[in-house]
Write a protein that binds this ligand. Structure first.
Ligand code: AMP
Length: 206
């Protein structure tokens, strides 16, 4: 199975991607994590990352292609890619088998901002918590691997506005692109649905 997850920052794509990957034995490819864990990023690229702007499409293609090659025929989930129409075209050209399913995560912008400003992320395993709605069991330590949690540099209120702007400008058109040509599923992921409920909905659709 090949899956693309589309949704604004804070919509819970990463959390659901981890659960889907485990359930269906897929590789979870988060382009944000690949960039944050890349020791070779230039100062300019780090600045783009920390300010909520997009990394150039051709660089992203190289990163994604290299990671897809490591899947060796296993299925995968793309989390955070493609984010522009150009990336969607480049991906389509790069894939031998173009059959992908798309999950589109939707929720209110106000909920997004609350979620992101309270978010605590594990730099080691990528797990995500929230100061109020999903606190870790031990103060500031990851429940899964025990590493200290961080507040991402791009999870501040100022940068979030930029990230949401970027999302609505560049990624909204990607939604329309896939709606017309792929198996496309809307996933409501606002606060009235628990993580497990959303996961059950996703399993039903898949
Ligand atoms: P994320 O963890 O998905 O929220 O991504 C964090 C940041 O990484 C984004 O704000 C961008 O700066 C960069 N990034 C991640 N994926 C992409 C992509 N597909 N294209 C361009 N930049 C990306």
């Amino acid at each position: 199975m090949h899956l693309i997850l589309i949704g604004p920052p804070g919509s819970g794509k990463g959390t659901q991607a981890k659960k889907i990957a485990k359930e269906f034995h897929l590789d979870h490819i988060s382009t944000g994590d690949l960039l944050r864990n890349n020791p070779d990023l230039t100062k300019e690229q780090k600045e783009l990352l920390n300010s909520g702007k997009l990394i150039p499409d051709m660089m992203m293609l190289d990163i994604v292609k290299a990671r897809l090659n490591k899947c060796h025929g296993r299925g995968w989930i793309l989390d955070g890619y493609p984010r522009t129409i150009a990336q969607a075209h480049l991906l389509e050209n790069a894939l031998e088998d173009g059959t992908v399913k798309v999950l589109y995560f939707t929720l209110d912008t106000k909920e997004l901002v609350d979620r992101i400003t309270g978010r605590l992320s594990c730099p080691a395993c990528g797990s995500v918590f929230h100061k109020i709605t999903r606190p870790p069991k031990k103060d500031n330590l990851c429940d899964n691997c025990g590493e200290p949690l961080i507040h991402r540099k791009d999870d501040t209120e100022e940068v979030i506005k930029k990230r949401l702007d970027t999302y609505f400008t560049y990624t909204d058109p990607v939604v329309k692109y896939y709606q017309d040509k792929n198996r496309f599923y809307n996933i409501a992921c606002g606060n009235k649905h628990s993580i497990d409920e959303i996961f059950e909905t996703i399993k039903d659709k898949l």
